[in-house]
Design a protein around this ligand. Structure first.
Ligand code: SF4
Ligand code: SF4
Length: 584
């Protein structure tokens, strides 16, 4: 038995402009039974009970905005549906009393909806639109389910929540001093406040206004004020965006410590952080923008592995045809002749100086770059490009295709216009369209794109340009796990095909591990001085970097993904004792 759902994306539907093709093509309508009709505001509506699932209207729709999906009867009724022919979520996220629960899934699959149900900002409607359910009615629907006692507390107003939203940029609109903002929201003791601020390395920016802070500083302020509220449940929606590896691990420690006295739920796409932080995982799967289903609770290892494998064992559900695979022996040496050789240089600014050791990048190799924020990585790239001049005379003038870290744009130009302006190699750009899901962005104005959409387009623009060196600054930001792996594949493929060396600066260690042939480490004191070391083998670079972070990695036997050993676990102690921080 099937349960058919129809979803129309109203952000794309052109209504009368297309002549209502969906209405005209529907065979059920033609037979005289109403299946597709136009509502009072001119939107097409598909009556799901009348739809036979013939599939004609999705094919006919000129903007590809209709999805007709057959669900199995086991999915039951949704826990929440936004509106007619719109996204719905099945199942509930289940907070755990002890330990941190992680949510993993692609973007647009309902993670934020699941959190809002737990926060009580939306109430379950079980797909019955326009009806407000009383607690007694909700109780009947969830009787005997694990979520029942939690939802009762939400309805009784007995759950105090503290929530860090996904986007922190809005904080920058405030002219308040950071210290004032933190003090206003702090509900804990001064000593607890100081511990959090120190661990998040925020003391130096507290005298600045929120509007003057960087993305990473705003993220850490948002984590601090969330942690400093007294709450029964803490929610952190993507807490690592803009943070470097050390900051990610420090944030993870703060978040983990909250779970001693409260329930903690985290949405995160950096699998190393998720692994390090979470004790349990629930996987969200389904079809982006159409429906999402919340899996049972799993151990963090099994949850992440099953997500990568695209198959949920207990549920016996395959939700993706292909497995996301990590290379067992990620390429770890350079090949080809040196393409770009640079001598050491220095660059001195008023408050910051960068020193670079000599080095080279070979034909067809990818150099992963790891280092803290504010250490001069972007300055290094700009000097190679000839945009910035080093202190001494130099003749750096390589043609560099550069994808910057921050991608904000007010441009109304569409994805296709931006590609034309960038002078891309059309054949290569077309090849990347599928892998990076660009088709829907070609006619979309850049200022209407989400962070993830802008990121995928920018990666494609950089990879499609003809140049001597490519530099991608934080390509994993705003991307979900699947998109990160697809981007990594695209970077590897283009680098191999063109032979043009590529520098990838990122803070997702798994992403860097998967994509790089060699590694370059930046060291020093952020905001004061930086040292760009010569590229080294990946094994040596990873070992040195992880040792500085006091982390050890091992390979997961099922998926080959690198896993962070839990601090002080037997494996962690063994690897540290043998000075073997990296697993190779
Ligand atoms: S899929 Fe459903 S709504 Fe669309 S044309 Fe067929 S019967 Fe009509
Ligand atoms: S065919 Fe597509 S664009 Fe046209 S009215 Fe129907 S859903 Fe909207």
């Amino acid at each position: 038995m099937t349960n058919r759902i129809a979803v129309i994306d109203r952000t794309k539907c052109t209504r009368e402009k297309c002549g209502y093709q969906c209405l005209k093509i529907c065979p059920v309508n033609k037979m005289g039974t109403e299946c597709v009709y136009i509502d009072a505001e001119g939107w097409p509506v598909i009556i799901e009970d009348a739809c036979t699932g013939c599939g004609l209207c999705p094919k006919r729709c000129p903007v590809n905005c209709i999805k007709i999906i057959n669900l199995t009867a086991e999915s039951g009724e949704p826990s929440f549906q936004y509106g007619v022919n719109s996204f719905r979520l099945y199942g509930f996220v289940l907070p755990k009393e002890k330990g941190v629960l992680g949510l993993v899934g692609v973007n647009g699959i309902g993670k934020t909806t699941a959190l809002e149900l737990l926060r009580g900002t939306i109430k379950p409607n079980f797909g019955v639109l326009g009806k407000e359910f009383s607690w007694d009615e909700v109780k009947k629907r969830v009787r005997g389910e694990e979520i029942q006692s939690y939802l009762k507390k939400v309805y009784d107003g007995e759950v105090k929540v503290s929530f860090k939203p996904q986007f922190v940029d809005k904080l920058a609109k405030s002219n308040k001093k950071a210290s004032e903002f933190v003090n206003e929201l702090n509900e804990k003791t001064d000593s607890e406040k100081q511990t959090v601020l120190t661990q998040l390395e925020l003391n130096n920016c507290l005298n600045n206004k929120l509007s003057e802070l960087s993305g990473g500083e705003l993220q850490r302020i948002a984590i601090a004020v969330t942690a400093l509220k007294k709450a029964d449940v803490y929610f952190f929606d993507e807490p690592t965006s803009y943070l470097d590896v050390k900051q990610r691990m420090n944030a993870a420690k703060i978040i983990k410590s909250l779970s001693e006295n409260a329930e903690v739920i985290v949405v995160e796409h950096d699998l190393a952080v998720l692994d390090y932080l979470c004790d349990y995982v629930q996987v969200l799967y389904g079809q982006k923008g159409a429906f999402g289903i919340v899996s049972q609770i799993k151990s963090s290892k099994n949850g992440v592995n099953e997500f990568l494998q695209g198959y949920l064992k207990e549920e016996n559900v395959r939700f993706r045809d292909n497995e996301i695979k990590f290379s067992k022996y990620a390429p770890s040496s350079h090949k080809g002749k040196p393409e770009i050789v640079y001598s050491g240089f220095k660059k001195t600014f008023k408050n910051f100086s960068l020193k670079a050791d000599e080095g080279f990048f070979s034909e067809g190799e990818i150099i992963g770059v790891l280092g803290p924020n504010g250490i001069g990585k972007s300055t290094f790239a700009k000097i190679l490009a000839g945009v910035e001049k080093p202190d001494e005379e130099s003749d750096f003038s390589h043609r560099i295709a550069y994808k910057p870290q921050y991608l904000k744009t007010d441009s109304e130009e569409t994805g296709m216009q931006l590609a034309k302006n960038a002078g891309v190699n059309v054949g290569r750009f077309n090849e990347l369209k599928y892998k990076l899901e660009l088709n829907e962005l070609l006619d979309k104005p850049a200022n209407e794109m989400s962070g993830g959409e802008l990121q995928r387009l920018s990666i494609a623009l950089c990879l499609s340009q003809d140049c001597d060196l490519r530099v991608l600054d934080e390509p994993s930001a705003f991307l979900d796990v699947e998109q990160r792996m697809n981007s990594s594949d695209a970077i590897k493929k283009v680098t191999e095909q063109t032979g043009v060396p590529c520098l990838v600066i990122d803070h997702d260690i798994l992403f860097i591990d998967e994509v790089s042939n060699r590694l370059m480490l930046f060291e020093g004191e952020p905001g004061k001085n930086g040292l760009a070391t010569s590229p080294s083998t990946k094994k040596q670079g990873m070992h040195d970097f992880l040792k500085k972070m006091n982390l050890t990695f091992r390979r997961d036997s099922e998926t080959n993904r690198p896993r962070v050993n839990k601090p002080d676990s037997q494996k962690d102690q063994e690897q540290k004792a043998t000075n073997n921080y990296y697993y190779e």
